[in-house]
Write a protein that binds this ligand. Structure first.
Ligand code: NAD
Length: 510
């Protein structure tokens, strides 16, 4: 089905206005609004309330009250689990609508958005299952006639700030464990892509989560985001986004030493040894970097290939890249959509110029498509730079676009050194049929996730996060739930007796 008929089916010519959710659906206090664009053609697809500092403060107060006075933190894990499972079921029921909204708003292909929605349902189910567990552990106390228990308790009010590349997926990685642990929440989606988070809020309401437990404030990072991060009434902030913003958030969070989790950028190596399965490694080298036009924190943007395989591999890559079909994410034939915004397109174009100036060899792409049907979209052709070296900015900095750089190595040690030569440490992959080598290399990588003969898989059960400047803390897995808890040690003296430490000598002398 074509792009226009699918959209027509969906919005039926109506542009929806969205309010924010602060205990209930409310207008923005300053009555300001923001037009939300489809990056494929710059059409307005929705109008969303633009939150102010006052709106953020109101939402924090509502979440605070829901935590301090409400039932949610004290509800049994069993009951919370049932409600979280209901959210998962509603996501599945509304999968098509959510996926279309995500594609219209981000430009990514519908098949990618649908995969995101399935993952989101899985994440809610996984954390529902963890909520339904006894959170108390008794330990052996070293002191006679005493007992000790360790409890995990909710942190309190959590501010969740999310980016535009995986809008609902990133929000769900935070919402599901926050709910499972018994916290209350203020979610601030990216101002560019708030639509699926708002739709999710409708589903959360329908699932029966008590009012005030989840709140969504839409608006800019500078106003709403910074208010949340600096607030004395927020106990924990979980942020996913760029490093520069992450640094600011660390600063704001110092106000009350709130707990913090940061999921930041990556510049991820894809290391290919000559003994790899050629066709599979080739195919995945493309998946690694060109999904969602490279706007993926774990994109495999640095191909590090054994010199003896370089010429054949790179020639085959260029052939495949030339046939990548650009278009609307709503069209079934489209393989790669546009970038998110004019501003981001400009940033990616700047990096292409930097790459040329630095002396890398531009093999393919490096400019926008000539197809007039794509003229209104923020498109850039998939791009490969060969003969790159580790000191180049296009190798070191996160371009967040469809740009692959190619470096070569001769020895395993050199491959590891190049792979680790980054301020980031989010993810990376190694391709080889030698499993002993795969094991050595994967252990030597300084990264939160390493794939052997694969690229990109992640799932609810395994932790996700970065070494070095890729972040602080982990999402997903059991550890992703623990981030949303405080640990309490309750010590009990089973036979209390006077210690007679203070004032005892005086009594003796009288
Ligand atoms: P961004 O840092 O510009 O924005 C992220 C969020 O922060 C948005 O909601 C934005 O409004 C908000 N924000 C902006 N300024 C703020 C401020 N001063 N105070 C508080 N909040 C503020 O990032 P982006 O451009 O939306 O996303 C792209 C980045 O996200 C990339 O660097 C990417 O690698 C990273 N990312 C990381 C992961 C991961 O899992 N590690 C996942 C997805 C994206």
């Amino acid at each position: 089905m074509s792009h226009s008929s699918r959209i027509k089916d969906f919005v039926s010519g109506n542009i929806r206005n969205w309010n924010m959710f602060i205990g209930q659906w409310v207008e923005a206090s300053e009555r300001r609004e923001r037009h939300i664009l489809n990056p494929f053609n710059q059409e307005v697809i929705a109008i969303v309330a633009e939150g102010s500092k006052e709106d953020a403060e109101r939402a924090i107060a509502v979440a605070r009250e829901a935590f301090d006075e409400g039932t949610w933190p004290h509800m049994s894990g069993y009951d919370r689990s049932k409600l979280i499972n209901r959210i998962a079921a509603l996501v599945e029921k509304h999968c098509d609508e959510l996926a279309i909204l995500e594609t219209l708003n981000t430009g990514k292909t519908l098949i990618e958005s649908k995969a995101d929605m399935n993952d989101i349902a899985d994440v809610f189910r996984y954390y529902a299952s963890l909520a339904n567990k006894d959170e108390r552990v008794f330990i052996d106390s070293p002191i006679k006639n005493t007992s000790s228990q360790i409890r995990r308790e909710p942190v309190g009010v959590c501010a969740l700030i999310t980016p535009w590349n995986y809008p609902l997926l990133q929000a769900s990685w935070k919402l599901a464990p926050a709910l499972a642990a018994g916290n209350t929440v203020v979610l601030k989606p990216s101002e560019l892509t708030p639509l699926t988070s708002l739709k999710m809020m409708e589903l959360i309401e329908e699932a029966g989560i008590p009012s005030g437990v989840i709140n969504v404030v839409t608006g800019s990072g500078a106003t709403v985001g910074s208010t949340l991060a600096a607030s004395m009434d927020v106990d924990f902030i979980s942020f996913t986004g760029g490093g520069e913003t992450g640094r600011k958030i660390l600063g704001y969070a110092a106000s009350n030493f709130k707990k913090i989790a940061l999921e930041l950028g990556g510049k991820n190596p894809n290391v290919v040894f000559a003994d790899c399965d050629f066709e599979t490694a080739l195919d995945y080298a493309l998946n690694a970097v060109f999904f969602h036009a490279g706007q993926v924190c774990s994109a495999g943007t640095r191909l590090i290939i054994e010199e003896s395989l370089h010429d054949r591999f790179v020639a085959a890559l260029v052939d495949r890249v030339k046939s990548i079909k650009l278009g609307s994410g709503m069209d079934d034939e489209t393989e790669m959509g546009p970038l998110i915004s004019a501003e981001h397109l400009h940033k990616v174009e700047k990096y292409i110029e930097i790459g040329k100036r630095e002396g890398a060899t531009l093999l393919v792409g490096g400019k926008g498509p000539e197809d007039k049907a794509l003229a209104q979209g923020f498109f850039i052709l998939p791009t490969i730079f060969d003969h790159c070296s580790a000191n180049m900015r296009i190798v070191q900095e996160e371009t967040f676009g469809p740009i692959l750089t190619v470096e070569t190595f001769q020895t395993e040690a050199e491959a590891i050194r190049l792979a680790n030569d980054s301020v980031y440490g989010l993810a990376g992959a190694v391709w080889t049929k030698d499993m002993k080598r795969a094991e050595r290399v994967s252990r030597a990588f300084r990264m939160g996730t390493v794939w052997i003969n694969d690229f990109h898989p992640y799932f609810a059960q395994a932790p996700w996060g970065g070494y070095k400047q890729s972040g602080i803390g982990r999402e997903l897995g059991k550890v992703g739930l623990e981030e949303y808890t405080e640990i309490k040690h309750i010590f009990q003296n089973d036979h209390p007796q006077p210690m007679k430490w203070f004032g005892n000598q005086l009594k003796g002398e009288e």
